[in-house]
Design a protein around this ligand. Structure first.
Ligand code: SAM
Length: 276
């Protein structure tokens, strides 16, 4: 008979804080409103606080786990047999396309994420958004504050602009440290992200748009005239209808997209909005 509970101590290097609060788990499951045929990928199943109820509701579940002890434990777990596909690897290298057979299936990504890799993981997943239907994540509250922040707020920055460009976002729950074993030093929150079919206002070149946003926020206290100097002159900034004396934190998402139209194309002219 396999052990009913996971026998090992949580490992700090893998950001392990295991969720035990039943009401938080139930509220996350309710938010997901799963159908048995949904294709779900859980990042970091740990000892299964979310995994076991997910397995009970789904025909198949894919999980990605880096901890070899946990992987070995899941491979023997009686609940896993036949339904659980274990991807024993770093989630930062996970490729989603091979997980779906037909191009119309889109994945639902779920996880109480290891906080030490959450921002690079979000960017890694955004790069594969065409494979994703939605994402429900437990994150450090401070990261969720940044994801949902509006222009003018202290938390508004590169993460807010880039995630809101690609996704609808909603904060669902605030979760205190006592919901986890061991308790983390910070508060947590659950966020829901749904990739947009097309952004409301699309950048012509998304890589150039991303570079512009990163450059604009590279020195928050400085004006756009100064921070964007390597990319855009003050007159180009004005041509986008934006005061070069502003700071990046005052610009809306659409302001950033319009600014990106001023980036020079191969011929050195403003690239302009995409053809409609
Ligand atoms: N889902 C479990 C829960 O809610 O109790 C565990 C959550 S714990 C915060 C994070 C999980 O992600 C752990 O199982 C950890 O081993 C795993 N993990 C950490 N880094 C990872 C990585 N780079 N790739 C895949 N899994 C990782």
């Amino acid at each position: 008979m396999k052990p009913a509970t996971y026998p090992q101590q949580a490992k700090k290097r893998f950001g392990q804080h295991f969720l035990h609060d039943r009401s938080v788990i139930e509220r996350m499951l309710k938010a997901l409103a799963l159908q048995p045929e949904d294709r779900v990928v859980e990042i970091g199943p740990g000892p299964g606080a979310l995994t076991l109820p997910l397995l009970a509701r789904l025909q198949r579940l894919d999980v990605v786990e880096i901890d070899r002890d946990l992987i070995a434990w899941w491979q023997q777990h009686p609940e896993a047999q036949g339904k659980l596909q274990i991807h024993a690897q770093d989630a930062l290298k996970l490729e989603l396309a091979p997980l779906v057979q037909d191009s119309s299936t889109r994945l639902r990504i779920v996880g109480n994420l290891p906080y030490n890799i959450s921002t690079p993981l979000l960017f890694h997943l955004l790069g594969q958004r065409r494979q994703i239907r939605d994402m429900l994540f437990m994150l450090q509250k401070e990261v969720v504050d940044r994801i949902i922040a509006s222009p003018g707020s202290r938390d508004y920055g590169r993460l807010s602009v880039m995630i809101q460009y690609y996704c609808q976002v909603a904060r669902l729950l605030h979760v205190g440290p006592g919901a986890f074993t061991p308790p983390p030093k910070v508060d947590s929150a659950v966020v829901w992200l749904q990739p947009k079919a097309v952004p409301e206002l699309a950048a012509r070149d998304e890589a150039a748009f991303a570079a512009l946003v990163a450059q604009a926020f590279s020195q928050r206290r400085k004006t756009l005239r100064n921070t964007l100097k390597p990319l855009l002159s003050a007159s180009r900034i004005e041509q986008a209808g934006i005061n070069p004396g502003c700071r990046a934190e005052t610009l809306t998402l659409n302001d950033f997209v319009r600014l990106s139209y001023q980036l020079p194309d191969a011929g050195g002219n403003p690239s302009g909005p995409p053809d409609t």
